[in-house]
Design a protein around this ligand. Structure first.
Ligand code: GTP
Length: 337
């Protein structure tokens, strides 16, 4: 079985963190999120994944080089953004068997083996995984008929309504996307699937009851991490807080339960850190307070500084004594207040 994993978006909602790190390469607890996605695929029998990214392509080189075991990674060139539909169509050219396609920014313990079985039973050209949500405002709604066939994709509702939303995990027959243009970006959810449905192609929905979270925003990236630390995601088990072996945390620092301290990160005496992710080499100096924040690689939060809801890109600095609510600091910049 082969899979196409979409990793080429710019991750604009996670800026400025994603100015130097593509979203799928942000660590989830102890390793790049993409490793977790590929491990999940491997557990369900996927032996090869095809990846491409027009955005920060060079950042993926070490990942591809260091990745070991199943699935094998095939990297292909995507010179300009093809969008979700175009990127899958481009990667799938030449595939001759049923394949999986998925967004590379979704944390899920979805049973892919069951999804594939459902796809085969229904005889669909495409099967779209759907998850029920309480408030569908951030998503487009998908409706099914009694046989499970997709009737329509609806725009994002204005009111908080319950419904089924596209979970970004698909099974496709080879050739299903042959008509997708590779001349510019094409969205699979807004263009390709609605066109297939209008043309009468059998597109089915598979409603999954699984953990599911996209890591699209700082809040969701934090929440997904906390959920993993709480053991809410099947197959993942970590202590909370999570301290990497080479992290240096003062015995006089105060750490909440929902904290990740990555390799070579440092927390000084009397510092307080809660509900936060500290990426590799970041430092929280003596007496500083960090809450609900993401500290990129080599970030420094100075002595007695206080940040809440911060997204600090690689190498950003919060000077000593500064207090800030929801700051966003670009790579290598100093927060000024
Ligand atoms: P935002 O800009 O914050 O919306 O994030 P994003 O760029 O990741 O967009 P979105 O969440 O809609 O993308 C869904 C998935 O498709 C993610 O895994 C993206 O990496 C991926 N993706 C989006 N656009 C492209 C593209 O043009 N090419 C490729 N290869 N992947 C894409």
């Amino acid at each position: 079985m082969k899979a196409v994993v979409l990793v080429g978006g710019e991750g604009t909602r996670l800026r400025p963190l994603t100015e130097t790190i593509p979203k799928p390469l942000l660590p989830l607890v102890d390793r790049a999120f993409l490793h977790h996605v590929l491990d999940h695929l491997s557990r369900h029998g996927v032996r090869e994944v095809i990846l491409s990214s027009p955005y920060l392509e060079a950042a993926f080189v070490p990942f591809v080089r260091e990745r070991r075991g199943d699935p094998a990674v095939t990297w292909i060139t995507e010179a300009t953004p093809l969008g979700t539909g175009g990127a899958i169509a481009n990667a799938a050219r030449g595939l001759t068997e049923t394949f999986l396609a998925l967004n590379g920014d979704i944390l899920t313990d979805l049973d892919l083996t069951e999804l594939l079985a459902r796809h085969r039973e229904s005889g669909a050209t495409a099967t779209i995984t759907l998850v029920p949500v309480e408030d569908a405002r951030a998503f487009g709604l998908v409706s099914l008929d009694d046989s499970g066939r997709v009737r329509e994709f609806r725009e994002k509702p204005a009111e908080p309504v319950r419904g089924l939303v596209n979970a970004g995990t698909y099974v496709l027959e080879p050739g299903a996307l042959d008509d997708v243009s590779l001349d510019g970006p094409v969205s699979i959810e807004r263009e390709t699937f609605p066109a297939m449905i209008a043309a009468g192609c059998p597109v089915f929905g598979h409603v999954a009851r699984a953990y599911w979270m996209d890591l699209g925003t700082p809040e969701k990236y934090l929440q997904a991490t906390f959920d993993v630390l709480e053991g809410r995601v099947g197959g993942l088990d970590y202590p909370a807080p999570f301290l990497a072996e080479t992290a240096e945390v003062s015995l006089r620092a105060h750490l909440g339960r929902w904290v990740v301290v990555s390799p070579d990160a440092r927390i000084g005496d009397e510092a307080e850190v809660e509900d936060s992710i500290l990426l590799r080499g970041s430092t929280v100096e003596e007496g500083a307070r960090v809450r609900g924040s993401i500290l990129g690689p080599n970030v420094r939060v100075g002595r007695k500084a206080e940040v809440t809801g911060a997204v600090l890109a690689e190498g950003a600095i919060v000077p000593a004594g500064v207090r800030a609510d929801s700051p966003r600091v670009p790579p290598g910049q100093i927060l000024s207040v």
